[in-house]
Ligand binder design. Structure first.
Ligand code: NAD
Length: 452
């Protein structure tokens, strides 16, 4: 019996999609699904809905719930980690303190939608994820860890270096190539795309329509339609930025089209203030990382949790609300490929092993990989333009190394350097005061002890 464990199963983003995908994958029927979260109430809601969904479809799947890490890990074959330790409210407090200091920082850093030194704001996230992997070494040493929560790049690299666990980071951001296809009116079924790089920093190296290079179609769209699109397009949600001026500008600067969350960062010059953000990321949101759209997103997630909770209280069929089509998430298909030896290509974050020759072997790269019962084998990718390497990918690699080194050394001066680095703050003194204020937050008590 295959045991699949989901840690952070109370997440409104992931769990029910994973349950649905599992139910719709006959090769995994008979498995045990173990749901784990430290929040018993959230967990129980997901557990009961999962059970109902499974019963409605009369599928043979065992589901259990637990608040204990050891219980969920014991004899697991696959562990999907979606735990977000401090949660969205903490991130909002960090942002509020930043803005009290005139620090306008709504994302430069590629992985993390929070201001502040990522080694500080992700301190618990790093601790907890490392602990999960270490406990896996004891309770399920042969299991795969599918790392979904952020920062995927940093965590996948850290765990690769510090543990013996088989780790694979998974992100759905690469699917945004489909937004390009739909904007260009291309049938997505006839489009093939590849967008490798580092997580949240991935670039369209291959884009074909009906077997032919479709980059000229993007160029033509930019020349003839982009301005009208930008003038009239009203973003459906804050994340609808794949065809924004910022994306096109990054393409023009670096030579390849940025995909998914890559578009969100790109450089400080897209982020200096609200009007600038609106110019680059479009109306009405100015992208997902403004003082308006971040709280909107958090509110949206809270509403999603309320809707899920409400679902429990009604007689409406869960199948009716969740639907019975698989999501586009890769976790369950990837497990299916390994368990049932269905060779397939996935976009995963795994140790580089020479796929990007400019980067060390133990850095987690996001690349296409062939997956089957023998494991996860990276596929060769096209060479990146040298300027993209020098201006984006190598600096992004260094930022990851900086975060890990800051964390591993507990070096407070490296936190300070991080606050200063993007010139969002007026002076060294102001940066020192801001860092003190962040560290004084009760939520940062253990980080305060760690960073000396
Ligand atoms: P959320 O806060 O709604 O859910 C996270 C869950 O983790 C909560 O139920 C919480 O109780 C639980 N949790 C916290 N600490 C835990 C611990 N120590 N052990 C077990 N469970 C714990 O967050 P969310 O919006 O669902 O996002 C979850 C994570 O996924 C974030 O890191 C987010 O950035 C990331 N994310 C990744 C992708 C992707 O494609 N990889 C997409 C969206 C979000």
């Amino acid at each position: 019996v295959t045991k699949i464990s989901i840690i952070g199963a109370g997440s409104a983003v992931f769990s029910l999609n994973l349950v649905k995908d599992l139910c719709l994958t006959p090769g995994l029927w008979g498995s045990t699904l173990s749901l784990m979260d430290i929040d018993a109430e959230r967990l129980d809601i997901i557990y009961r809905l999962a059970k109902r969904y499974i019963q409605e479809l009369t599928i043979d799947l065992e589901v259990e719930q637990t608040t204990l890490l050891e219980t969920t890990l014991r004899d697991a074959d696959f562990v999907i980690n979606t735990a977000y330790v401090k949660g969205h409210e903490y991130a909002q407090k960090i942002r509020d303190i930043a803005s009290q200091h005139g620090y306008y920082y709504y994302r430069d850093y590629y992985s993390i939608p929070e201001p502040g030194p990522p080694a500080l704001t992700n301190f618990e996230q790093l601790n907890v994820t490392l602990d999960i992997a270490r406990q896996m070494e004891t309770f399920c040493p042969d299991a795969y860890l599918l790392q979904a929560s952020n920062p995927v790049f940093e965590l996948t690299t850290l765990l690769t270096r510090s543990t013996e666990i088989k780790i694979c980071g998974i992100c759905h951001g690469h699917l945004h190539y489909r937004d390009i296809a739909s904007t260009l009116d291309l049938d997505p079924a006839q489009v093939t795309a590849e967008a490798p790089g580092l997580n949240h920093c991935i670039w369209l190296t291959h884009f074909q329509y009906q077997g032919k290079n479709a980059y000229p179609l993007i160029d033509e769209w930019i020349e003839t339609q982009a301005h009208e699109y930008w003038r009239t397009h009203v973003s459906a949600n804050p994340f609808d930025i794949q065809m924004s001026p910022a994306a096109v500008h990054q393409y023009q600067l670096f030579g390849l089209f940025p995909i998914g969350d890559t578009v969100r960062s790109g450089g400080w010059w897209y982020h200096t203030d609200r009007p600038v953000k609106h110019h680059w990321f479009g109306n009405p949101w100015g992208g997902p990382d403004t003082e308006h759209s971040r709280p909107h997103h958090v509110h949206d997630l809270a509403q999603r949790r309320e809707t899920i909770k409400h679902l429990l209280e009604t007689d409406t069929k869960v199948t009716h609300t969740l639907g019975s089509h698989r999501s586009l998430e890769q976790h369950i298909p990837l497990i299916d490929a390994i368990v049932n030896d269905h060779t397939n290509i996935f976009q995963v974050n795994i140790p580089n092993q020479g796929v990007i020759p400019e980067l060390p072997h133990d850095v987690a790269v996001e690349v296409p990989a062939s997956v089957n019962k023998h494991g996860i084998q990276p596929q060769p990718i096209k060479v990146f333009p040298r300027k993209l390497m020098l201006e984006v990918l190598l600096p992004r690699w260094l930022a990851m190394e900086h975060l890990l080194e800051t964390y591993l050394q507990g070096d407070r001066s490296m936190l300070l350097w991080n606050v200063l680095q993007y010139h969002h703050i007026a002076s060294l003194e102001a940066a020192e005061i801001l860092l003190d204020d962040w560290l004084r937050m009760p939520e940062n008590m253990s980080a305060r002890r760690h960073y000396t």
